[in-house]
Ligand binder design. Sequence first.
Ligand code: ZN
Length: 139
Amino acid sequence: MEVTSIQNGIIIDHVPAGTALKVLKYLDVDPSTTKLALIMNTDSRLYGSKDIIKIEDAEDVNLDVLGFVARQATVDVVRGGRIVEKIKPNLPEHMVNVITCVNPRCVTRTERGIDQMFHLAHTAKQEYRCDYCDEEAKL
Ligand SMILES: [Zn+2]
């Protein structure tokens, strides 16, 4: 079993190489105030290279978003220094305030205080569209 450096939290494994910081941003995790460890561009049997993110005390982390930003990632839940559960993230059906609409005429751009909402429009293509204007989501 892989040695973990955290006691209670999560290990996000198989993060696409070089994208760990972007993934943290979408998960709304602030690296300056969160106890975490990043391992970047390490060897991966499956993908050649990968990033690994270890977060201590990850209760507030919204893992739904992970299916959107890092489809191939897996999550190990750690309790008492041991991996007690493995989670494969699903594509979220709906996302609120994760990404912003790029359509300059969208109501979310022209009016203030409107939540950014996207829905899964095509599962196989992993395509998300704006709830308001149907613009396709871009990472
Ligand atoms: Zn829109």
